[in-house]
Write a protein that binds this ligand. Structure first.
Ligand code: G1P
Length: 290
């Protein structure tokens, strides 16, 4: 099972991040020195996914532009002898094969994935990565799913344990643990009420899907919030072909949540040796225990 395509839906409004996202896609907000979506794309590349299909809308062209050449800027940097910066922006321009599909109506995550049906050839399995969920660990989050999908030849979704009071923000699964951290999924509920959640295992925006998902997406009615939910199509896959969930090892930042977005900025800046000491010096007096 060769998996080299990934769908990254980026057509959402980003209302949680207003007013910052009034005219800037939420995926282009910077985390330290790169836009959010570049981290997602770099996780994809590190996992062997070089064909990236963005599901966009009319206001999101700047995302594709980010992964293309800016010849004017390249010429300016070249003339100024700024070779390091030149290398950085050329690397971004050449890192992926970029495919872009317009989602003309915002009908949900399931609908966004369905928009890519025509560019996913035949029986090929593919990945889906939510464009504002950042993940970090020794092994890229999506790679952890690809490894299991390839050995078990089934669709696989990424999950993480969340506090009980947060279950209503996610798709929640229940199932049988067939080996450590791997579950045969039985039930999926999109954004359940706290007392109706079948577990605390939340779907975290990383999926490896077989092409049968498209026929399920075409057959379902709108679900939670009146949207075509990927979670509901996954329930049909679980009932028929079978579906696995893998507990992803690593850290996750939901960049649509201000506290997590700001923590991600500090986390990545702290990894930078040249910035680390200065940043700590500036932060210390701001903290109550500083
Ligand atoms: C989507 C999915 C949900 C999942 C979440 C992870 O929800 O529908 O099942 O838990 O992504 O980020 P959204 O955040 O788009 O409302």
């Amino acid at each position: 099972m060769n998996i080299h395509k990934v769908i990254i839906p980026v057509a959402g409004w980003g209302t949680r991040s207003l007013p910052a996202t009034k005219n800037i896609p939420k995926e282009m907000l910077p985390v330290y020195n790169k836009p959010v979506v570049q981290y997602v794309v770099e996780e994809a590349i590190a996992s062997g996914l070089n064909d990236v299909c963005f599901i966009t809308n009319r206001d999101k062209n700047v995302i594709e532009d980010h992964f293309d050449h800016n010849l004017q800027l390249e010429a300016v940097l070249e003339r100024a002898g700024k070779t390091q910066q030149l290398e950085v922006i050329r690397r971004v321009a050449t890192m992926i094969n970029c495919i872009s599909i317009r989602q003309k109506q915002q009908l949900g995550l399931g609908h966004a994935v369905l928009c890519a049906k025509e560019v996913m050839s035949g029986d090929e399995a593919f990945a889906v990565m939510v464009g504002d969920d950042l993940m970090f660990g020794m092994n890229p989050g999506i790679k952890q799913l690809i490894d299991v999908a390839q050995s078990e030849r089934l669709s696989v979704i990424g999950v993480m344990e969340v506090p009980q009071e947060h279950v209503s923000r996610y798709g929640i699964i229940s199932g049988t643990e067939i080996s450590p951290g791997i579950y045969q999924v039985e039930k999926l509920v999109e954004k359940p009420k706290i007392d109706e959640a079948p577990s605390r295992l939340a779907i975290v925006g990383r999926y490896v899907l077989s092409s049968s998902i498209f026929k399920h997406l075409e057959s379902i009615a709108p679900g939670h919030g009146g949207e075509i939910q990927l979670t509901d199509a996954l329930q049909l896959q679980a009932n028929t072909q079978g579906l696995l969930a893998v507990k992803i090892h690593g850290m996750r930042f939901d960049t649509g949540d201000w506290a997590e977005y700001l923590t991600a900025n500090i986390y990545f800046a702290l990894q930078e040796e040249e910035l680390r000491d200065d940043l700590i010096r500036h932060l210390r007096p701001l903290l109550p225990f500083g």
